[in-house]
Design a protein around this ligand. Structure first.
Ligand code: ZN
Length: 255
């Protein structure tokens, strides 16, 4: 991320809302290359015992760290996560390291749920017609204290509210289309003391992600689907992800 460090939001520690928000390889060209020019303040140390493949997870983990800070996990929280992609898996691992009592992950792909269990999910469910009944049974009808969407799919987001218990925190982590709309009942938000939270990218959480990876607090290897060379980038970006694909890394100096 490349925030300006000088605008109103940056000065209030809201770097993710910087008036001049940017990211190398996103708003600025040039990340998928053998050499990349970056401002010195964007550089972070990778320790000698770390691999570059693991260090590549610093950015997504920094997003997850911001989400975890926003969630304020409490001892014995029961957590439900929709979506077992790389972000859902990293959130699962971070919650596994927290004081949450239960971590349940839902996805449509069994293979991704297997990885979610490896990352610390205590139970996983394939999204089927009787999912609601299965989740009710899991919590003995008490529902969940934290419900997280990591899919960005409006129907999933709308449906996740039915699993939120009293005082639940409900987080929209997945990126939905800017045009997407959902329906919720304001009465339910009032009646259940719900908190609805967003989590936008990174907010001075890069160093925390670095520290967690350098300390070996989480294994990211199960999330690497493949490592490709620079010559494969156009083909990879031009196609849809396969259903079981997690992270594809680009190694600029391979070959
Ligand atoms: Zn700024």
């Amino acid at each position: 991320m490349a925030n300006c460090g000088r605008c109103y939001h940056c000065l209030r520690r809201q770097a993710n809302h910087c008036d001049y928000w940017g990211a190398i390889g996103d708003t600025v060209d040039g990340a998928l290359a053998e050499y990349v020019l970056a401002p010195a303040r964007n550089l972070y140390r990778v320790e000698d015992h770390e691999t570059l493949e693991e260090a590549a997870f610093t950015e997504p983990l920094a997003c997850v760290v911001w989400g975890i800070e926003r969630l304020r996990v409490r001892p014995s929280d029961r957590v439900l996560i929709f979506g077992a992609g790389p972000i859902g898996a990293l959130l699962t691992r971070m919650l596994h390291l927290s004081s949450a009592a239960d971590i349940v992950v839902v996805d449509v792909m069994r293979e991704k749920l297997r990885v979610a269990r490896e990352m610390g999910a205590r139970a996983t469910f394939v999204a089927t017609d009787d999912l609601t009944a299965q989740l009710e049974e899991r919590t003995q009808g008490r529902k969940f204290d934290i419900v997280l969407d990591c899919t960005g799919v409006p129907t999933v987001i709308e449906g996740m509210f039915r699993h939120a218990g009293s005082n639940a925190r409900i987080m929209f982590f997945g990126v939905a289309s800017p045009q997407a709309e959902i329906r919720i009942k304001p009465f339910d938000v009032y009646h259940h003391d719900w908190e609805i939270l967003g989590s936008m990218a990174i907010n001075y959480t890069f160093q925390q992600a670095r520290d967690l990876l350098a300390a070996g607090r989480l294994t990211v290897k199960p999330l690497i689907s493949r490592i490709a060379g620079l010559d494969e980038v156009a083909g990879i970006l031009g196609r849809a992800k396969t259903p079981t694909e997690l992270k594809t890394l680009i190694a600029p100096n391979a070959a």
